[in-house]
Design a protein around this ligand. Sequence first.
Ligand code: SF4
Ligand code: SF4
Length: 391
Amino acid sequence: MQSETTWDRLKAEMKAAAASLGIDKIGVASAAPFTEMKQRLLRHRELGRESGFEEPDIDKRTDPSLLFDDPQSIIAIAIAYPSKLIDAPKSQPGARRGIMARSAWGQDYHVVLRDRLAKLENWLRERVPGLRAESMVDTGALVDRAVAERAGLGWSAKNCAIITPEFGSWVYLGEMITNLPLPPDKPITDSCGDCTACIDACPTGALVGPGQLDAKRCISFVTQTKGMVSDEFMRKIGNRLYGCDTCQVVCPVNRGKNWTHQPELQPDNEKAKPLLVPLLTMGNREFKETYGMTSSAWRGRKPIQRNALIALGNFKERSAVPDVAGVLKDDPRFELRATAAWALGRIGGEEAEAALKAAQGAERDEQVLKAIEVALAAIAGEAAGEKPATE
Ligand code: SF4
Ligand code: SF4
């Protein structure tokens, strides 16, 4: 049996080795159940604020002993990612661009975190051959944020992110449950204080209180759905193709922080801020080749193509009318045709109107026909100098 000081020493060595393993911050949490988090999750469910993407078993998300036999500690890691595009191409009339959330820049962070956790596991096993460990990355099995908070990586912020004092909230979190009785770190005492910048800036009021997210109102969630989006949300999506960073961008702690040292996480400007029109006709194969390595690919190309239509509508990009009309006429997916109709209604003008009328005659889907009707009414209203009916 090794003494407590051995575990203290191992932990200190592990922290010293973190940078060489490509890990920016590391901490240790006890493996006791997360009882407070469990209550929060139950309440969240009761209020109908889940996105539906979560692991449904709340016990599993909050009790490490249900995932691992006799857990002794949880090691939490953070790796920092970039928040700025350097020399980003401009979005301009005739060449409008959408934006991917920062979490979809560079290589899929799940892959990068798994790599770092595997390196850490090897490092530990070299020193403790009897190591048992289970690594987790955004699987929903454990609440990453609760673990990171308990391990002292950062505080649980009003925008629902974990804010590390060093890197802000531009960090990906992962964890490893182990059988090593490493001494736990203390949670940090910093907090958001009186600031409410994120809550004030959220375009949809999805932050219903400090640290409380109504996931169904969150644009980040909406951009990842595959169906049709309500007019209200389409307008608020702006030119976001995947995810939403507003509540992190406005955070004063994040100001000026941009992390460029993790090579796999650095953005390719053309993928992070792509031209919208070419996305509309991108085939499955090309999508996989272009975005398959990023975290935005997990829902396939459909949500991103739908969001590209929405963005062109929001830009009122007249030069894109033939391309949007092409989707309305030819795309086999009704959600995309209906969204194309919405976009044409939003862009307005004679060409958009003609395309809508032409499609009206050929369309068979009820929902698309409805969308065409609403779009034509919006254009007619605008032509008559009225506020569009959809506003
Ligand atoms: Fe609001 Fe966007 Fe933050 Fe969601 S990600 S809470 S929509 S600011
Ligand atoms: Fe906290 Fe203010 Fe940052 Fe929101 S914007 S997470 S309240 S510090």
